[in-house]
Design a protein around this ligand. Structure first.
Ligand SMILES: NC(=O)c1ccc[n+]([C@@H]2O[C@H](COP(=O)([O-])OP(=O)(O)OC[C@H]3O[C@@H](n4cnc5c(N)ncnc54)[C@H](O)[C@@H]3O)[C@@H](O)[C@H]2O)c1
Length: 336
């Protein structure tokens, strides 16, 4: 196999960190991104970059020529918001996976690594979620991720393409988009608190999540790209040691910013999962995974990154397709 890798979403948070690592390891990186949620400043100058929409199958076919490996991270990934923008979000989750996958099969790609999401699991009867749990996605985004995985399995098995499905949890760290009002709770809180505004919390804030520092995910993805014993595997990636409420997350951020915290509580978001944590046992076994960065240290690094760039207004740049009494006011009235 040659060391030419095609990375989608390469101007985004995760895709750009993977591109950096692959360059360090001596790979030739071809990257695409339509810059809808990513930034040119994230793109490593040593990669061959194409500003393209992954929906463009003809372009995907052209650009992917000669690549043996695909890491597909491009996505418009606001989980809760997808209930109010199902056409746009699924087109940019499932739709783009179909074009990237189709081009991979046509180009004789040998390895396809897909970045799914824990939204695939949906509302589970027990935690932590393991890879063999029955998937019950509760949002169009979760459905689109799971459907993508299923078609990847079909096309890759038929065409003899080695494939692996990686399932990150909630990631945080430098380069995360902090002006997106639809996702990335820690980044939104930091951006607001740095503007002197109280964080907005949906529901009672007692919903629990496990956050992964980005380098802890990068390490797993790197292993998945390099190893050859993971064909057909679905693997949760990221830590499962720290399980925190959104209230605790806000407190940790406020402590670091020396901010007098009095959160603004608003109505629950529809279909939000209360307890979401994935088991990392399979990653420990197959990827030799171990958590290297605690949540507290991850938050510190992220704050440094946002301080360096400066706070910014939130950008409401995705279509709100369903605007009715079910739509959270934060999005209807753009109050974040
Ligand atoms: N960040 C997390 O907490 C998290 C958790 C679980 C899964 N994931 C998954 O990881 C992947 C990367 O997420 P991220 O956090 O880096 O998001 P991100 O928004 O920072 O990066 C995604 C990139 O995809 C690009 N993109 C979107 N639609 C596109 C299209 N049609 N054509 C070309 N480019 C397009 C965006 O411009 C962006 O740069 C996604 O597949 C996401 O579902 C992320």
């Amino acid at each position: 196999m040659n060391k030419k890798i095609f990375i989608t979403g390469v101007a985004g948070f995760l895709g750009s960190h993977i591109a950096d690592r692959m360059i360090e390891l001596g790979y030739e990186v071809i990257g695409v991104d339509n810059l809808s949620g990513g930034f040119m400043e994230n793109v490593n100058p040593k990669i061959k970059f194409f500003k393209e929409d992954c929906n463009n199958l003809k372009k995907m076919n052209e650009i992917m020529q000669g690549c043996d490996i695909v890491f597909h991270a491009a996505c418009t990934a606001p989980d809760g918001f997808s209930l109010f923008s199902p056409h746009f979000i699924t087109e940019n989750t499932f739709g783009i996976t179909m074009s990237v996958l189709s081009a991979a099969a046509s180009n004789g790609v040998k390895k396809f690594i897909y970045c799914s999401s824990m939204a695939r699991y949906g509302k589970q009867p027990k935690i932590p979620y393991t890879e063999d749990s029955e998937c019950m996605p509760a949002t169009p985004y979760g459905v689109a991720k799971l459907a993508s995985e299923q078609v990847i399995k079909q096309i890759c098995e038929l065409n003899g393409i080695y494939y692996t499905i990686l399932v990150p949890h909630n990631i945080l760290g430098p380069r995360q988009n902090y002006i997106d009002p639809y996702r990335n709770v820690a980044a939104i809180m930091i951006n607001r608190m740095m503007q002197g505004k109280q964080p907005i919390i949906y529901g009672d804030g007692e919903q629990k999540r496990s956050f992964s520092f980005v380098q802890d995910c990068v390490y797993c993805i790197e292993r998945a790209i390099i190893q050859d014993n993971l064909n057909g595997e679905v693997i949760n990636i990221g830590p499962d040691e720290e399980f925190v409420t959104i209230n605790e997350l806000a407190k940790e951020i406020a402590k670091n910013l020396d901010f007098d915290l009095k959160p603004i509580y608003v109505k629950d978001r529809p279909n939000e999962v209360k307890l979401a944590i994935c088991s990392s046992d399979k990653a420990r076994k197959l990827l030799n995974y171990e958590t290297k960065t605690s949540l507290a240290d991850g938050i510190k690094e992220m704050i440094q990154d946002i301080k360096k760039k400066g706070t910014q207004q939130f950008s409401y740049n995705y279509p709100l397709e369903i605007d009715n009494q079910n739509t959270p006011e934060t999005w209807r009235k753009q109050t974040i």
